[in-house]
Design a protein. Structure first.
Length: 101
């Protein structure tokens, strides 16, 4: 389970899927600024980036990043912590399971 994977064909879009209104990074930054938030140390971050959220179509070479529902402006220090605490970034898990009979 888990790990890297590649698509043999591009996934079809979900029916009736549309981007959320006002969800573009510049609009979110504008919204935060209008609420007088101090955004000087905030960066726009995916917040759930890992191998299972990166889709590669090997026939076209296209790369897609999915699962943006957690994305937003966060303190810059958060950017490096995701990979340290995410089970999805534990690439050694296979060794433990492969030893079981």
């Amino acid at each position: 389970m888990g790990g890297h994977f590649a698509l043999s064909a591009a996934p079809k879009p979900l029916p009736n899927s549309k981007p959320l209104p006002n969800s573009k990074p510049l609009q979110l930054l504008k919204n935060c600024t209008e609420m007088s938030m101090d955004v000087s140390r905030l960066v726009f971050y995916h917040c759930d980036l890992g191998p299972t959220n990166i889709l590669v179509d090997i026939s076209t070479g296209s790369l897609d990043i999915i699962d943006w529902e957690l994305a937003g402006y966060v303190p810059i220090e958060w950017v490096r912590t995701k990979f340290r605490i995410s089970a999805g970034m534990d690439f050694n898990y296979g060794n433990e399971y492969s030893k079981k009979d």
